[in-house]
Design a protein around this ligand. Structure first.
Ligand code: NAD
Length: 367
């Protein structure tokens, strides 16, 4: 951990930068000059500042971090010279449910907590075939990776060939079968089940998209149907496809990824909120129907998580209301923290759990 007087580097956390007596004012000054407050960085306080380079998709370049370090080393006090290229400097660091919001919690935000690290159980998925959708990025990728590193055979599904290639390249020696498929397409669903082969032990329905934060009075048919096609129809189609095999085996575990927006009305627009409530309905109905047949069906509701998911704000009313609802949103989690919750339910460790919606959100839903 970096104490306020330690030298700042590119591996110091965003929180350490903000709390530093010299670095904090310089970073705040840069943000202010591009019309942003330090609040925009709150979801990523725990991350090394160098992570912003990739997360901001080029809007927070490595040169800017070098410049920040140079200014801190020189002991500069904030100048009025703008260093950000435009007003959207940190936009890319926001993920699905992670947007800036009013208010600060300096008393708790500055607490140094020990970092969590994955603890791999080498054999938890040995001999198991697990389908993971959205495996090319974010939560799906972290889930696929964890299952593979814990001995499972992963059927990794995504629409992006490049992302799946990257997953395979970074897990050499792991048993990963990449299937490029759009989960809204029936032929693609059949190809996923075929790639899995005779036995599917578990399914993680992770692929999903965000909406544009529009309320019901403004939502377009295009946004509504695209969000429902992927988040609901795709999830339903793959569940339906694996159920017959699981019934034959009298065993199976399905985990659907919902959202904080499945638990309340204040986390997204109407399309995403309704779609994630529908995911809960799919989960509970199936858990009730198939529990006695040996199949467990659960959902995980992530809070803000650092991934590549994109949210837009197409409605001033939606933006105002959703930001209000996020006043007590916790720091964003890394995808691996979500994979820990998902793999718990996917694995036999979840043996006695069926039909739950597990909020994996740092306590946001308790607020
Ligand atoms: N990131 C968050 O803060 C957050 C919060 C709550 C819920 N979620 C949910 O978590 C899930 C994963 O999201 P993420 O944040 O990891 O997003 P992400 O965008 O990083 O990853 C999603 C992956 O799904 C793939 N995908 C999209 N449409 C697909 C389709 N039709 N067929 C196959 N693959 C498809 C994408 O190519 C991408 O690789 C989603 O269901 C999302 O709603 C995310």
């Amino acid at each position: 951990m970096t104490s306020p007087s330690s030298p700042l580097t590119s591996t110091s956390s965003v929180g350490a930068w903000l709390d530093h007596p010299v670095g904090g004012p310089i970073l705040r000054d840069l943000l202010a000059q591009s019309g942003q407050s330090a609040e925009v960085l709150r979801p990523v306080r725990k991350l090394a500042i160098s992570r912003l380079v990739t997360l901001s998709k080029g809007q927070f370049p490595a040169e800017l971090i070098d410049e920040l370090i140079r200014r801190v080393e020189a002991g500069e006090t904030p100048s009025t010279t703008a260093a950000f290229a435009d007003g959207a400097a940190t936009e890319g660091v926001r993920s699905a449910d992670a947007v800036d919001r009013p208010g600060t919690a300096a008393t708790t935000a500055s607490i140094d907590r020990p970092e969590w690290a994955e603890r791999i159980d080498g054999g938890r998925f040995s001999g198991k075939t697990v389908i993971v959708t959205g495996a090319g990025s974010g939560i799906g990728r972290a889930t696929a990776s964890r299952v593979a590193r814990e001995g499972g055979r992963v059927i990794a599904v995504d629409i992006s060939q490049d992302r799946l290639d990257d997953l395979a390249a970074t897990h050499s020696g792991a048993d990963i079968v990449a299937v490029v498929a759009d989960i809204t397409d029936d032929a693609a669903i059949a190809s996923i089940v075929e790639a899995a082969g005779e036995r599917v032990d578990a399914l993680a329905n992770v692929a999903g998209i965000m909406d544009d934060m529009t309320p019901i009075g403004e939502v377009s048919d295009a946004v509504w149907s695209r969000v429902f096609r992927i988040n609901v129809d795709g999830t339903m189609k793959l569940m339906r496809a694996v159920i017959p095999g699981m019934l034959e085996n009298a065993a199976g575990s399905i985990v659907n990824v919902a959202s904080e927006a499945a638990l309340r009305g204040s986390a997204a627009g109407v399309a995403y909120t309704a779609s994630k409530h529908a995911v809960v309905g799919l989960t509970k109905s199936s858990a009730f129907m198939y529990g006695p047949s040996g199949i467990r069906v659960n959902a995980v509701a992530p809070g803000p998580t650092i991934t590549n998911i994109e949210a837009t704000f197409a409605s001033p009313l939606g933006a105002e209301r959703v930001r209000t609802g996020m006043a007590v949103m916790p720091e964003a989690a890394e995808s691996e923290a979500l994979a820990a919750s998902i793999t718990f339910l996917l694995s036999d460790d979840g043996v006695n759990v069926n039909g739950v919606v597990l909020a994996s959100d740092g306590g946001w839903s308790a607020a």
